[in-house]
Design a protein around this ligand. Structure first.
Ligand SMILES: [Zn+2]
Length: 56
């Protein structure tokens, strides 16, 4: 099982990804591969969109 170590050392990020905008709610950078919302010019990231939606 020696291969397992190298698998877990892989970092979940995209070094070449471009920052295309910034979430107006949490301030996190939004990369071009990420899903985000543009609500009348207000940029909201995927993690924050739940705060802006109403569910019963
Ligand atoms: Zn956010």
């Amino acid at each position: 099982m020696e291969l397992a170590d190298s698998m877990y050392s892989y970092r979940y990020e995209f070094p070449a990804a471009k920052v295309i905008d910034r979430c107006k709610n949490c301030g996190n950078d939004i990369y071009e591969h990420q899903k985000y919302w543009d609500v009348f010019g207000t940029i909201i990231c995927e993690e924050c969109i739940d705060d802006f939606s109403v569910e019963d």
